[in-house]
Design a protein around this ligand. Structure first.
Ligand code: ZN
Ligand code: ZN
Length: 193
């Protein structure tokens, strides 16, 4: 194999696995570790891969999945910033929930210990303080997160317009906390995955 062929092979291996040891590469390509080091040099210079202890890692911007992101404190889903519900606790601790559904459940669990909670307007993506948010449940639109779904709006006006189009009911913060809790506790309408 020509060096350029080996480099292409290294590139495809790195795309696939994202992290590899020099010893693994040397085995895969059936050449010495010295040769691997030589082959890697231009790839490191191009910032295609980054040198790590004993190996290489695919450059961050080439990686398919961003490095281990935060997950929801309730259901362990990946956090999608647009739906996320952030709980600010004493000592600058922050907990993230994937959506208002999990956020409100967590908020209820922690009750008095939450200093502040923040979510996002479903349409405008603006930041809203959770107690000032209007919550919409039982709507027909699928946001692809937890069931029963909870959508968040900054303006009651927007929430009203939204339910005209997509159905559902509007709740205040307190009402939404109770509603999520009750819907989750009722075995007959228990829809959580
Ligand atoms: Zn969750
Ligand atoms: Zn969720």
């Amino acid at each position: 194999m020509l060096p350029v062929e080996r480099q292409n092979r290294i590139k495809s291996l790195m795309q696939e696995r994202e992290h590899m040891k020099i010893s693994e590469l040397s085995q895969e390509l059936n050449v010495s570790e010295m040769t691997i080091h030589r082959d890697l040099k231009p790839l490191i210079d191009q910032e295609y891969v980054i040198k790590t202890f004993g190996g290489v890692t695919l450059s961050q911007h080439l990686q398919k999945s961003p490095p281990s992101q935060e997950v929801c404190v309730i259901c362990q889903r990946d956090i999608n910033e647009r739906l996320a519900y952030r709980l600010i606790l004493p000592n600058n601790q922050i907990e993230m929930a994937c959506c208002a559904h999990c956020g409100l459940m967590r908020h209820r669990q922690l009750s008095g210990n939450v200093i502040q909670a923040i979510c996002h307007d479903f349409l405008k993506h603006t930041t809203i303080s959770a107690p000032d948010t209007w919550y919409v449940m039982d709507t027909s639109i699928n946001i692809g997160c937890c069931q029963p779904q909870v959508l968040t709006f900054e303006q009651k006006n927007d929430a009203e317009k939204f339910i005209k189009g997509f159905g559902g009911q509007i709740y205040t913060f307190e009402e939404a906390v109770t509603a999520v809790h009750e819907k989750m506790d009722c075995p007959s309408c228990h829809q959580h995955e």
